[in-house]
Design a protein around this ligand. Sequence first.
Ligand code: SF4
Length: 226
Amino acid sequence: MFSQETLSYIGIITLSLLAVFVLLLLFSMAAVYFIFRDKRLVGRIHSTFSHIVLDIMLFFLDLSYIPLKKIISVLGRNGNQIDIVLVEIRNMLLRNSFSNVPYKDRLVVVPQCLRNIDCKTTFNSVEGAQCLKCGKCKIIEIVEKAQELGYMGVYIAPGGGFVRRIIKKMKPKAVLGIGCAWEVNAGILEVASEGIPVQGVMLLRDGCVETDVDLEQVFEVMEYGK
Ligand code: SF4
């Protein structure tokens, strides 16, 4: 069907594409390995080479996301490593624009799993839930900090689609999201694609109930631009 010459061209192109793919994976694996070991590396890359290098890394990591996650898991490591690294890079790239937004135009979204198991608040599909300030979990401290700073509000998210709905309703100019690494990575991507500067804080301990977050880290991000 094909001549010998055509077949050899197809072979060369296939091998070249394969080589590019393998190089891309190796580069991405190295980036994940080094940044995961030392998160401050993202800041150093940003201050030394400007955001362009981080933009390129982000592009490669997004491109190799699925195979890389599989490879990391097959190697017996936590597949979330790539999400953690992506969040660090995205946070760094969006930090300045987030910091420039006044507190009154910022919104905080916290995951419902951060609540105490005995939380009595009720959920609304559009507005999520509001903390009743019983003091049984860390959300009350995030709410009080937000009130002290004059934030637009803190919303407890019942699920994935909630962020889209609350953004449509409240129209914030910046969003701080808290969640597990995978959720935060996907959330930053979605909110940033709407042109809204966003920052993410990853949970210290994830899971379905009574998760945990580093409040100092949350407050530090909330105060960006003070
Ligand atoms: S502090 Fe707020 S969110 Fe936490 S358990 Fe009490 S009412 Fe629920």
